[in-house]
Design a protein around this ligand. Structure first.
Ligand SMILES: [Zn+2]
Ligand SMILES: [Zn+2]
Length: 176
């Protein structure tokens, strides 16, 4: 796990806003950023709140592509909203213009990351067996059953699983 994700995000966000401000000769308020998305959604732009929600798992696994494309995709939504208000289509010509002409990137609507590991974050309860350095993620359903006495065994070492900790989402919050 890498700690320099947050500075990487801040740098890229600064770079993109710099491009937008140079192009439109206008100051844009910086968004609040939360790294709290899970599962297969790569990013979300909440235009009214000026909030970016990012998926730290997909960011870690696809760092370069995520910083270049996904972050730009979402920031283009925020910038388009600041410029044109709420009546534009989400991926309409205003958004496409920012992607292509301002950020100099292809205006792709969706991502194509491998989300197999991101899905495993839906099993946030980490258990230990006797296998060295192994943590086994369980769903909340299994975790609750285990709390009530159900015993789950490791499929490799056959030891009963012991609860270690719950994985916490990392959340960073920036001021507007
Ligand atoms: Zn979009
Ligand atoms: Zn084991």
């Amino acid at each position: 796990m890498s700690e320099n994700i947050i500075p990487d995000i801040s740098l890229r966000v600064a770079e993109l806003y710099c491009l937008a401000e140079r192009h439109f000769l206008k100051r844009f308020p910086r968004p609040a950023i939360k790294l709290d998305l899970r599962g297969e959604t790569a990013g979300q732009a909440w235009t009214e709140k000026n909030l970016l929600r990012l998926n730290s798992q997909l960011l870690k696994e696809n760092r370069d592509h995520y910083l270049k494309h996904t972050l730009s995709h979402e920031i283009a939504h925020l910038v388009a909203h600041q410029l044109f208000g709420r009546r534009i289509k989400p991926h309409g010509q205003e958004w496409q213009f920012i992607m292509e002409e301002v950020f100099n990137l292809p205006a792709n609507r969706t991502h194509s990351y491998d989300t197999s590991r991101a899905r495993s974050v839906q099993r946030p309860y980490l258990y230990q067996c006797r296998c060295p350095e192994r943590l086994i993620p369980l769903t909340s359903i299994r975790h609750n059953r285990s709390r009530k006495g159900a015993v789950y065994l490791c499929t490799s070492c056959k030891a009963p699983l012991k609860f270690v900790r719950k994985e916490q989402p990392e959340i960073i919050q920036q001021n507007l």
